[in-house]
Every structure is written in C-alpha cells, then in structure tokens.
Design a protein around this ligand. Structure first.
Ligand code: UDP
Length: 401
C-alpha cells in the first residue's frame, strides 16, 4: 500500500510514517464515526485505514448506529455548532447520550479516534487507551448552550483535533490542527491519459474546442454558482470560453433542488454553459473534468475546507477561490492561485489567466507542489499517528523516532 505513494508523496512523510509504524506496529487503533458511506469523513477513513494497516497497526472502524430520532437530533447539534440556531430540550440531550450509552460497540483499543459530535459521548465508556476527539466541523461560533452541553464530553478526551485553526475552540486539553487531505492514487485524483480524458468529455458531451471554466460543487448558495455565471459572462465579452458547473442531483435536499432550478433558469439560453448532474461516485468523471479544465473556480461565500481546491491544484490547474474557510490555506494568493472577492474580481483573474498561459502553468505547477507538501492523505495519517505519539509521551519536550 505504502509503495503506491512512493515518488508521489514527500519522502519525509513516508519515512516518518514508517518510523511511527515501527513504534505502533502490533498496537490497536479504532476509528468511530456515524456513517460508512457518504461525506468527507467516510471518504478519508476508507483511504486512511489501508495505509495504517500496511504499517502493521491493527485498525478497526466502527460505526455508531441510531434511529431517525437520533440523527434528527445530531443534525440539529451539527447545525447549531456551525452557528445556525436550533431549539434544544433536555430530553434531546438525554436521547443523544442514551444511544451512545446503549450501543454495543467494542471500544477496546490502544488509540481511539472519535469523529465528530454524534459519537462524542462514547468517551464515558472509555476503559483504557488514548482517546482523541476529531472534530471535522467549524465550532468557532457555536450556539452557546449546545457547545456547553457537548463540551462536557469533549473535555474528557486526552486530546482534540480540528481541521483548521480558525474552526477550533479552546479547551483544557491538548489540541492539534490537522487539515484534511486528498488521496493522489484514488480514482478522483490519479493520473489519466489524454484518451481517458477525451472519452469522459465525449460521454459528458463537453466540447474541448475552447478554454473551459469549471466549478465542481454541490448546488448550494454558499458555493455561489450564480456568481460564477456572472464572472463567466463578464469574461465572455472578451474571451471565447465555455463554463461547466458540475454537481450531484439533490434529491434528498429540497434547498439543493431549488438552487439547481435557479441556476438552470439563470443559465438558460446560453449553449456554452453546461450544467452537469453527476450521479454519486462519479470520481473518474470529476477527475477528467478537472484535468480538462483551463481554469477552475471555487467561488464560495462560506466554506469548510474546500477539498475541490486541492483536487484541482493537484492536477496543475490555476484555481480561483473565495477567501473563506480553508481556501486561503490552499491558495497562496498570486503563487498557487488567486483569492477572489467578487464576480468582477474573478472575471479579471480568469481573463488574466486565459491571456497568459505561461502564468497559468506556473500557478498550476506551484499549486501541485503545495498540495504535495501539505494536503495529501499520507500527511494526514502521519499527523494522526503523531498526535497519538505525542499524547503517550506527555512530559517530553523532544520526541525521538
Ligand atoms: N463532489 C462530488 N460530486 C459532485 C460534487 C462534488 O463527488 O457532484 C466531491 C468533490 O470532488 C469533493 C467533495 O465532493 O471531493 C466536496 O468537498 P468540498 O470540501 O469541496 O465541499 P463540501 O461539499 O464538503 O462543502
């Protein structure tokens, strides 16, 4: 497994992973979250676990199951933590705790990583081992009462991990920042031949005869698809190009369906705008689109980390992104892409890139190296094991490997 990353991931990361493997080989590691399919956390675990196993660590992944009532409550907790007010009653918290208390999960392991708020109360059942709460969401401005209730569990862990510093909350325990990552050997990111790219574009009916602007996103107002169309229209006055907006159909999300209709309406009548509805698990198609694009946008108004940015940068594309959430960590303005604050600003940068292919190439090349150094899955696994190493050596200032 590790060999697949040779020549792709930084040598230092692979070396450190092997060293940490040497420390922890034969030990047991448990990940717990609340879904095996769908969402970024499940995706990371699917890819991270084989790497950890190949180091000789005995890894298990358990999923906390609950009923509709439980997930309705945890969805509300999730929203309230991210700053969207929700009403809570004591029996909702009691139910959240009860589902965790009654679960029959085997929690025995040398290191236990509990992902997100749903299974956070499991810490009450800890017996031994190092327990880490891995928070993937932004809890920097939560609804106060909700954080007060959840915090009682979080503070009982040995350590907490957040994705970016500005999403964290201060707690009386060691805290670590571990950004998300992409897997360079997955179907979404692996190299594709020119033939594979052309075949995919044929299938999706995307022409390759002109420069392509691309945004890959759920149809969500915070991803600003209308702003992307406005930027394209400003560019189109001077430069011939096409725009592709790719996302999944949002059957279970009425808000998503409404946004999609708005976008379709706004784009109607322009044959050079393609709105692609991709089925779930269209990794290969997304890979091909990102590789076929000339300029990639992620013009978000609000964002978590924004994995699509790293995905496009890994493919050596110049990327324009809104200066929100984790995007500025990935886009170093003027070096690995451009941060934009308006449709006019985006249009200006798109034209600059279309008219200056050498500059676009330079940004793309630097972008790829930035992702290689910072946002590959090997680094994320390295960091998980490093937090474990640091937590089992609490009083040492220097840790030797
Ligand atoms: N994605 C996908 N299909 C789509 C739209 C997006 O598979 O139709 C993927 C995209 O490639 C990325 C992830 O979903 O890997 C979106 O993550 P990001 O952090 O950019 O945004 P989020 O949707 O989590 O807000």
């Amino acid at each position: 497994m590790m060999d697949e990353y040779k020549g792709i991931a930084p040598k230092g990361d692979l070396l450190l992973l092997r060293k940490l493997g040497g420390v922890f080989a034969g030990k047991s590691f448990l990940h717990v979250n609340s879904t095996r399919e769908g969402g970024g956390v499940a995706e990371i675990l699917h890819r991270a676990i084989p790497i950890m196993e190949s180091l000789g660590i005995k890894v298990r992944w358990e999923v906390l199951t609950g009923d509709a009532k439980f997930f309705d409550i945890t969805k509300k907790i999730h929203n309230a933590l991210q700053g969207h007010p929700e009403a809570f009653t004591p029996d909702m918290w009691a139910y959240h705790e009860e589902i965790n208390r009654k679960s029959t999960l085997d929690l025995g392991a040398d290191c236990v990583y509990i992902h997100d708020p749903q299974p956070a109360p499991l810490v009450q059942r800890r017996e031994g081992g190092t327990w880490v709460w891995r928070c993937h969401i932004d809890v920097s401005a939560p609804q106060k009462d909700v954080w007060q209730s959840l915090k009682l569990f979080c503070e009982r862990y040995d350590g907490a991990v957040f994705s970016i510093a500005k999403f964290a909350r201060s707690m009386p325990l060691p805290e670590f920042i571990i950004p998300p990552s992409i897997d360079p050997v997955s179907d979404k990111n692996r190299e594709l031949s020119g033939r594979e790219i052309r075949d995919s574009m044929d299938k999706l009916q995307v022409p390759l005869d002109r420069p392509m602007l691309l945004q890959v996103s759920r149809f969500d107002r915070f991803k600003d698809p209308i702003g992307v169309i406005n930027a394209y229209r400003l560019v189109k006055k001077y430069n011939d190009c096409i725009l592709v907006l790719a996302g999944s159909p949002a059957t279970d999300d009425p808000e998503g369906a409404a946004v999609l209709n708005e976008v379709k309406e706004y784009a109607s009548g322009d044959p050079d705008i393609t709105i692609l509805l991709l089925p779930p698990f269209s990794d290969r198609e997304i890979n091909a689109l990102q590789r076929a694009a000339t300029v990639v946008l992620q013009k978000s108004l609000k964002e978590g980390f924004g994995l699509t940015v790293s995905e496009a940068m890994w493919k050596e594309k110049p990327v324009l992104g809104g200066a929100v959430g984790g995007i500025p960590l990935q886009i170093v303005h003027g070096l690995t892409g451009f941060l934009v604050h308006s449709s006019e600003g985006a249009a200006f940068r798109i034209r600059q890139l279309l008219n200056n292919p050498a500059m676009a190439k330079r940004l793309g090349e630097r972008g790829k190296e930035h992702v290689r150094a910072n946002f590959l899955i090997t680094r994320e696994v390295r960091d998980y094991l490093s937090t474990w190493y640091s937590l089992v050596n609490p009083n040492k200032n220097i840790l030797e490997l």
